[in-house]
Design a protein around this ligand. Sequence first.
Ligand code: CMP
Length: 139
Amino acid sequence: MATNRTFTMLKPDSVEKGYIGAILEKINAAGFRIAAIKMTQMTVADAEKFYEVHSARPFFGELVEFMTRGPIVAAILEKENAVEDFRVLIGATNPVDAAEGTIRKLYASSMGENAVHGSDSDDNAAIEGAFHFSGREIF
Ligand code: CMP
């Protein structure tokens, strides 16, 4: 059954380029409520754990290096059908394939540096949210 929460990160490229405000505005305009939010920087150990599922992929080293090179903004977002609707809002993983008006079309520069993360399932949304936030940081 679909739950009403998803997890996102505004990745280091978005933070470096000054896109935090613009991306949060798109998220708000699309009807998501922010249930938790923080700016943080992942360690290499954090990123290796967070992306464990991709550890055998050829891009894993590049992914960990990118995700740890600067701060991110992590957030838990609430809306009916959150996981699916957020993935529509952010667009395809590769910005070249992302639909017009999506966050990745507007702000991502490549498949690796693709501006935002969005959970791909309700189970992963819960796991990823709990990775970054304690119970008393979620409202
Ligand atoms: P995301 O879906 O947020 O989480 C996994 C990330 O791996 C993905 O975003 C991309 O940033 C990255 N990724 C996926 N495929 C590739 C690839 N072929 N080359 C580089 N990075 C990739």
